[in-house]
Design a protein around this ligand. Structure first.
Ligand SMILES: C[S@@+](CC[C@H](N)C(=O)[O-])C[C@H]1O[C@@H](n2cnc3c(N)ncnc32)[C@H](O)[C@@H]1O
Length: 228
């Protein structure tokens, strides 16, 4: 059974995600981010960021991982980030600035069309965003990720997931019943996804998957863009 056939479809259009996350920006860092810290940090560890790496974080949210990335690179090395939500970007900028970091380049942008040239980054980190993305757009986004990574560049994805693929979880049952307009506000728009197969399909190599059960199940997928 393909991973795509066992994922439920995302309900929320891009504009409602942007609006909902503008609102979530007020509470996300304090209320939600701590629940996801363990999988996020493991994903970051798997990305094995080196001080000289050029790093892009897609969907920075309130900047909790961005801060950790900044701690791992040289102070003169600029870290790049994008997000759909201007209010999330402001939170992220304020948070890392108040921690003393100014070596950032943050832009409002959509993961489906990244504002960077081909072969730019050594590492691309992305957490809890594919669980909001419609099935038809997943490969579009992964192709963008592959495009902007340098040959040999590393990809690290962390997402809400499930290990028993063909069984609907209580979260999915609730998600399916809730009116679409409420999903981004009450459930953050997130539903479990499985990315390993799609990452392979997008042309990445050395694809590794692991699951971590902490509050809910998360999937970590790391991969590499082929060198040639
Ligand atoms: C659940 S939050 C996760 C934030 C952060 N990555 C973390 O792990 O703490 C999802 C974030 O993805 C952003 N987002 C959703 N769809 C996006 C897209 N197509 N392009 C860029 N950002 C997107 C939202 O604005 C929001 O900030």
């Amino acid at each position: 059974m393909s991973e795509k056939s066992i994922m439920i479809e995302a309900k929320s259009p891009t504009e409602s995600i942007r609006q909902a996350y503008n609102l979530w920006s007020w509470f996300y860092a304090k209320l939600v981010a701590p629940l996801e810290r363990k999988p996020r940090m493991l994903g970051l560890e798997r990305a094995a960021i080196q001080p000289q790496d050029r790093v892009l974080e897609v969907a920075v949210g309130p900047g909790v991982t961005l801060l950790e990335i900044l701690k791992r690179v040289n102070q003169k090395n600029v870290v790049y980030g994008i997000d759909l939500s201007p209010k999330m970007l402001k939170k992220a900028r304020d948070m890392v600035n108040s921690a003393g970091y100014t070596n950032i380049d943050l832009r409002e942008s959509d993961a489906r069309q990244l504002p960077y040239p081909d072969n730019t980054f050594d590492v691309l980190y992305n957490s809890y965003m594919f669980d909001l993305i419609q099935l038809k757009d997943m490969l579009v986004v992964l192709s963008e990720f592959r495009r902007v990574l340098k040959p040999g560049g590393r990809l690290a994805l962390v997402n809400m997931s499930k290990e028993e693929g063909n069984v609907l979880t209580w979260w999915e049952k609730f998600y399916l019943r809730l009116p679409a307009r409420w999903v981004p506000y009450l459930m953050g728009g997130c539903r479990p996804v499985l990315m390993k197969g799609l990452v392979k399909e997008a042309g990445f190599c050395e694809v590794r998957q692991e699951f971590i059960n902490y509050i809910f199940t998360s999937e970590i997928v790391v991969a590499r863009k082929p060198s040639m």
